[in-house]
Design a protein around this ligand. Sequence first.
Ligand SMILES: CC(C)(COP(=O)(O)OP(=O)(O)OC[C@H]1O[C@@H](n2cnc3c(N)ncnc32)[C@H](O)[C@@H]1OP(=O)(O)O)[C@@H](O)C(=O)NCCC(=O)NCCS
Length: 145
Amino acid sequence: MSEITSPAPNLVPDSLAPLKLPDDRELVMRVMPMPADANGNGDIFGGWIMAQVDLAGSVLPARIAKGRITTVAVNQFVFKQPVSVGDLLSFYAKVERIGRTSVTVHVEVYAERNPANLHVVKVTEANLTFVAIDKDGQPRTIPRS
Ligand SMILES: CC(C)(COP(=O)(O)OP(=O)(O)OC[C@H]1O[C@@H](n2cnc3c(N)ncnc32)[C@H](O)[C@@H]1OP(=O)(O)O)[C@@H](O)C(=O)NCCC(=O)NCCS
């Protein structure tokens, strides 16, 4: 199989590129909530968003821990704006701390909405800590290389 040596061309015209998405943290997940994730008002359940943040938050710690991890704490969770069916949610993560057995990340969630007049809104942010665990579920040291 041939190796890709140059970046794929950017097919999105500048005028369509979503503005105000952060570039100092890593895009770890994108998802669009479905009607089954909404309450009777059409807003998305907070618990659904928390589950997505937990998944998105685990991406960098799992990479760093090079193996099994588990969520030990959600130290802060702020719902800044409601999320609606049809919003495209982008999850950005930044590693805040690497401890002996744990990795703490900050996750920010942005909603792209209203394609006719696209705008981007920060809807949620959270701080989560994940612990590297061994096959018995006990904490293990984060590998340093
Ligand atoms: C995660 C678990 C293995 C940690 O075991 P433990 O014996 O409590 O481990 P420790 O007290 O040694 O703590 C391990 C690390 O977690 C960190 N930690 C523990 N509690 C924390 C908290 N409330 N906030 C932030 N970090 C925390 C410790 O500081 C330590 O990090 P460090 O080694 O980098 O300094 C254990 O608590 C567990 O299995 N919890 C259930 C996890 C789970 O099921 N999660 C899914 C959600 S239901």
